[in-house]
Design a protein around this ligand. Sequence first.
Ligand code: ARG
Ligand code: ASP
Length: 710
Amino acid sequence: MKKRILVLFLGISINLIAQQGGMWLPSQLEGAREQEMKKLGSNLSAAMIYAIDKPSLKDAIVHFNGGCTAEVISKKGLLLTNHHCGYGAIQSHSTTEHDYLQDGFWAYKQKEELANPNMYVTFIKRIDDVTTQVLNGTSDENAPKINKNIISENIKKIVEKTKKETWQKAKIKPFYKGNQYFLFITETYEDIRLVGAPPSSIGKFGADTDNWMWPRHSGDFSLFRIYADKNNRPAKYNKKNKPYKPVHYLPVSTDGVAENDFTLVFGFPGRTNEYLPAVALDQIVYKLNPAKIAIRDKALKIVDKHMRSNKEIKIKYASKFASIANYWKKWIGENQGIKKSKAIAKKQDLENIFAKKVAGTSAEKLLPKFKILYQEIEEVALARDIWIETVYRNVELLNTAFRLYQLERSAQKGADDFTKQRDKLLKQLKGFYKNYDANVDKEVFTELVALYFKTNPKKYTPKAIINTNVAKLTEKIYSKSALTSYDKMEKLLQGDMQNVLDKLAKDVAYPFGKEVSKIFYESINPDYFVIQDKIANTQKKYMKALMEQFPKERFFPDANSTLRVTFGQVKGYEPKDAVYYRPVSHLKGIVEKYIPNDYEFDVSQKLLDLYKTKDFGSYGENGKLPVNFLGTNHTTGGNSGSPVIDANGNLIGLNFDRVWEGTMSDLNYDAEICRNIMVDIRYILFVIDKYAEAKRLIKEMDLVQPKTGD
Ligand code: ARG
Ligand code: ASP
């Protein structure tokens, strides 16, 4: 009887803590993770994935420009990443005469590869556990603030003392909510050149309508190359630099994928939050996400309307629209997924078991404390999100006002500082106004400012503007304010410091913008972080207690933009009752979705011709050309561009997205429904070889030919 109860007890806990998924540090795979991978069909040892004394897979992976992931795929430093990761670079080389976003770009010779000032990629050379040194001198008895200071002092000292080459850097990051710390030795290359990109009709096929969705048919890839100095070391751009010779590069397999095949995704996931208490999840789903979605709903409708009726506005707002639409759509899917999977109730069940286990210990206070803290933070967290979405993200004029307010603050440091900031701001504004349309922004302002007064907590709405007549103010601002055009702004910012400040104070928009900016600095952010620090401290203790109470469970560290391994299998899923989604899509589906001249679903004649003649070369399979596929790998933003590696260490795909029903995976990974979306490497090779005819690029890769006879 006693035994049965125990089994039942464990049985409950096992279901409540993820049995699959997780983003693991590559230096921590030996043992349990290695075994799990073997069971899923992998032939890789932990040392083949990560080693410091000999080449391993990790030597082919880079953090791409601080946000995405890319991988080295040839002995000449050729890099593969997503089209949406190279988007800014591709756009910056485009003009009306040669629009590389629309038509694609291919360097048919090495000397045609295009330099990208400010672009960089970072390799991870070594990862060390430095927990003991970092936490040395801290204690649970100390006030959190004291511990925080000790930790940052320790980190500084360890980084200083770490042995490394002159061109390397060391950085330390917290894991498991600050219960562990790891040090990373990195190498950053800064001469990165654009090598190839398909047209948007391939690289962004389906655009926002298909974004976060399956079935998908996107060739979301682009190619770059790392250049190094004559010693193969990092160097600023120089015509004389040479293609980088990698420690390791990924062989490319054209063997293809089938359901249940092992897949490993290696990259730099940005941020997840899997161990929040139920009260926090509840707040995100019922308070914060709905507020953010409502604001973006309004902004997107207005921008979309203008983009559809005016070609110039379409170009100006394409990239801004895509980035606002991206997370708007994600949050909607996230909320639906959390409700459908009953994630909050599951967390409560886990917390009930936890509470019983820790009754009578110091950990028994943690869950009640969370309850109080999340209640305390709710109002200011909501105000903060509303502020970010309204002032910072969506009303462009208010964002400009916010930057001007930061400039005004720099005046406190003296005229020299002010002038420096002013010049910097002018430069930024020049770029900003290129893609600005005051008529679009005026409509967004009217709607969002009205919504702000309706929904923003009164405590965090500036008293001086609370009785604003929004319609009147809008008319005044958009007919008279200098903030609506670059020429007027340039004039306003001329002159000495006092002169500029006087002109600013007289502008019809700035005083309003100043009030909303001031309250952010003076009350929203300070109030928020007082409570947020306490939450972080409680979360750290909760994480530790969870791991102690459930020692046999698999806890993975939340993503924090460090190098991680996630693994799984190729698999379809059931989005709803009686519907099964198969895991591989084909070129046929592109033709099915084709809408001539549509900005999301147009297809180029060349691709249609290749489809008609079925000229798939060795990339097709039974007369069909695979395009995208699904897997159970646990990924998040930042994993875009990550390689998909097979059981033997070969490249078989390129990660770029997740499915709608599973976007909740950042807060609640559920293997039933969470899937990542990848481009089949054979579609990428087909586009390079048959569509672009850039044969020299195919030639420099190591293609692992399909096994014959199966
Ligand atoms: N949803 C993917 C990610 O989060 C792709 C975004 C880019 N594509 C787009 N249509 N906006 O980044
Ligand atoms: N599309 C995301 C990225 O850009 C990946 C994801 O969120 O699944 O990193």
